[in-house]
Design a protein around this ligand. Structure first.
Ligand SMILES: NC(=O)c1ccc[n+]([C@@H]2O[C@H](COP(=O)([O-])OP(=O)(O)OC[C@H]3O[C@@H](n4cnc5c(N)ncnc54)[C@H](O)[C@@H]3O)[C@@H](O)[C@H]2O)c1
Length: 330
């Protein structure tokens, strides 16, 4: 009989549904309580699971005996939830971006550290076959440069359109690719960015996020990378993430990376199946194996900081922002 991890959720929208779908297949996981400010939505999620439904997260944290909490709220809602859960010794899965505000994120991290709870964030590319393959393949190689392009449309949720709630596409979405760069290229030393606001999407209601964003990342290793992202594409998706190493290019794909330009070929397959980001979280708690957590809170905060530093740069005419200063003491 496995150790059972009793799980709660705050936020039962789109991404919570994806986590729930995977968690119900994991024998060590039991979802016991869910909370959302939208009563109909939380009941629709909780009833099929036989779980308790709440509209007040403080009440849920006080009543439900949780081992772990998934925080799946929009980016601007983070902070207090993580602090209160950590103070109760509840392990935390925090969706990306972990916060929009550095002071709040640092406070949450202090409580997490003080209370010794395990953490995982939603940077799920680290758990794809391609993510692990890339990490293994590049471990003994120098990356010369990388380029990220991510072009798509506006997601359907209203908060996403608002710069003050979502932080813009680089902070909210392309953060996945920035995290992949950090995963294999290490910490970022500085960023400079330039954004275009209210230009091609000016006819769209309530849009305050930039419609295109370009950033230059300089890593502590000395490597440089570029990120170009836009939410003006409407339907469809364009882009990719590529790395240059000596005499070759590595093209990232979730299912398996490709090596070029010689005869393009897949990198060697992985020997073992990779656990999902959720299975890793639950099993790390059930079996006490923190090393299964590839994306703990403090590391996810560093990725968020890179993208928020890009916002600061763009808001200041493209001025260089140094990450050590921006991140502060963790
Ligand atoms: N890891 C991934 O691949 C991935 C994919 C999609 C979304 N996300 C992230 O997940 C987060 C949520 O995205 P989503 O698409 O599920 O959004 P959503 O709008 O579908 O769901 C968010 C839910 O949070 C609820 N909520 C808001 N404030 C609340 C509060 N104070 N207390 C309780 N509930 C509250 C809303 O009512 C809503 O139901 C975002 O940060 C997003 O970036 C991650």
């Amino acid at each position: 009989m496995p150790n059972i991890v009793k799980i709660g959720f705050v936020g039962t929208g789109g991404i919570a549904g994806a986590h729930i779908k995977r968690l119900v297949e994991i024998p060590e996981a039991k979802i016991v309580a869910l909370c959302d400010i939208d009563e109909a939505r939380v009941k629709a999620a909780a009833d099929p699971l036989g779980a308790a439904a709440y509209t007040d997260s403080a009440k849920m944290l006080a009543e439900a005996k949780l081992d772990a909490l998934y925080v799946c709220v929009p980016p601007h809602v983070h902070g207090d939830l993580e602090v209160r859960a950590a103070q109760k010794g509840i392990h935390l899965f925090v969706e990306k971006p972990v916060n929009l505000f550095m002071d709040d994120a640092r406070k949450a991290w202090q409580e997490i550290k003080k209370n010794g709870v395990l953490t995982q964030s939603g940077y799920s590319l680290r758990y794809t076959a391609g993510g692990i393959q890339l990490k293994n393949f590049l471990a003994d190689k120098q990356v010369a440069t990388a380029n990220v392009v991510r072009w798509s449309g506006l997601p359907g949720v209203p908060w996403w359109r608002r710069y003050d709630q979502a932080g813009g596409q680089l902070v909210e979405m392309t953060t996945h690719q920035v995290d992949l760069l950090r995963w294999v290229m290490g910490d970022v030393a500085s960023v400079a960015a330039s954004y275009s606001f209210n230009r091609v999407l000016k006819d769209e209601p309530n849009v305050t996020v930039p419609d295109s964003q370009a950033a230059i990342l300089t890593f502590k290793s000395g490597a440089v990378a570029t990120v170009n992202t836009s939410c003006a594409l409407g339907k469809g998706w364009g882009g990719g993430t590529e790395f240059v190493i000596r005499d070759a290019k590595v093209v990232w794909k979730a299912e398996g990376c490709q090596l070029a330009p010689e005869e393009p070929k897949l990198l060697p397959p992985l020997p073992l199946e990779t656990p999902s980001v959720d299975a890793a979280f639950v099993r790390a708690i059930a079996n006490g194996i923190p090393s299964m957590l590839y994306s703990p809170y403090d590391d996810a905060l560093k990725t968020a900081a890179v993208t928020l530093a890009c916002n600061k740069s763009a808001e200041n005419g493209g001025a260089l922002v140094k990450l050590d200063d921006f991140l502060g003491e963790l």
